[in-house]
Ligand binder design. Structure first.
Ligand SMILES: [Zn+2]
Length: 246
C-alpha cells in the first residue's frame, strides 16, 4: 500500500480565503480532502493532516511545520495540500497547481493532478507553477499544493461550495495521485447511478406511460425519464383510477 498525506489547508482561527458570499476556504478544503482520502483508500493508506475544523498548531509557523512533519515522520510517498485561491480582484479565476522549485518529483505530482483537474473542472488553466511555500519546502516526499478555484470570485465561490463540484474535484485529485503512484484506481460508482437490477423495469415504465396517457393522467409529451418517485406516484394514481371506475 502507498502512503499518502492529504493536507486540507488552513483551519481553526485561520479560515483561509473567504468568499464574497461568506464561504470559508478551510471548510471547502476539508470536505474535498476527506473525499480524496476515501476515494484513494482502495490503493493507499491515507492520512489527513486535520480531520476537524481546528488547525494543527497554535501559530502559523508550528501549524505548517506540523503538517510537513506528519508526512516526514510517517515517510509518506506523497503529500498533497488542498486550497482555494483568493485575490483582491474578484474577476481572478481558474485552477493552478504548485510544486517546490527544482523538485522534479514534485513537478511530476503537480502535473499528474493538474492534468486531471483541468478537463474535469473545466475552469481556466492557470498552469503548473513553482512556489517556495513552507509546506512544500519542509516535506521530504514529492509534494504539491492545489488551488482548485478562486473563492474570491463570486461564480467560482458558488462552485466551490457545491457538493457535485467538490466531488468532481476530489475524484480528479485522487485520479492524479493514482496516476503519479502508478496505482490503478477504479472509479467509484456514484450512489444515485446504481444500475437497475430488474431488466423488466423499462417495459414496466412504458406500460405505465401508455396506460396513464390513455387515462388522461399525463400528456402525450410526458418525459419517460423522470425519477423513480414519479413512476411510483403514477402507478398508484392508475390503480386508484381503476378502483374509482370500478
Ligand atoms: Zn489557502
Amino acid at each position: 500500500m502507498f502512503k499518502v498525506v492529504i493536507d486540507p489547508g488552513h483551519g481553526g482561527e485561520d479560515p483561509g480565503a473567504v468568499g464574497p458570499g461568506g464561504v470559508q476556504e478551510k471548510s471547502v478544503n476539508l470536505a474535498v480532502a476527506k473525499r480524496i482520502a476515501s476515494l484513494l483508500s482502495p490503493v493507499a493508506e491515507v492520512r489527513l493532516t486535520r480531520t476537524e475544523e481546528e488547525a494543527l498548531g497554535t501559530d502559523d509557523r508550528s501549524d505548517l511545520y506540523g503538517r510537513a512533519a506528519l508526512a516526514n515522520e510517517w515517510v509518506a510517498d506523497c503529500f498533497v495540500s488542498i486550497h482555494c485561491n483568493g485575490a483582491a480582484d474578484p474577476s481572478a479565476h481558474g485552477t493552478e497547481t504548485y510544486h517546490y522549485p527544482d523538485s522534479g518529483q514534485g513537478r511530476e505530482l503537480a502535473q499528474a493532478i493538474h492534468s486531471r483537474l483541468i478537463p474535469d473542472l473545466g475552469l481556466t488553466d492557470r498552469g503548473v507553477k513553482q512556489a517556495n511555500f513552507k509546506v512544500l519546502r519542509q516535506t521530504d516526499c514529492p509534494a504539491c499544493l492545489v488551488e482548485l478555484a478562486f473563492i474570491s470570485n463570486p461564480e467560482e465561490e458558488r462552485l466551490l461550495e457545491n457538493r457535485d463540484f467538490q466531488e468532481t474535484a476530489a475524484q480528479a485529485v485522487a485520479a492524479g495521485i493514482a496516476d503519479f503512484l502508478g496505482a490503478c484506481l477504479q472509479p467509484a460508482p456514484a450512489p444515485e447511478t446504481v444500475a437497475p437490477t430488474n431488466p423488466e423495469l423499462d417495459d414496466w415504465k412504458l406500460k405505465i406511460v401508455r396506460e396513464a396517457r390513455e387515462a388522461g393522467l399525463i400528456s402525450q409529451d410526458h418525459d419517460p425519464d423522470e425519477s423513480g418517485a414519479v413512476w411510483f406516484v403514477l402507478a398508484i394514481a392508475l390503480n386508484l383510477l381503476k378502483v374509482v371506475k370500478g
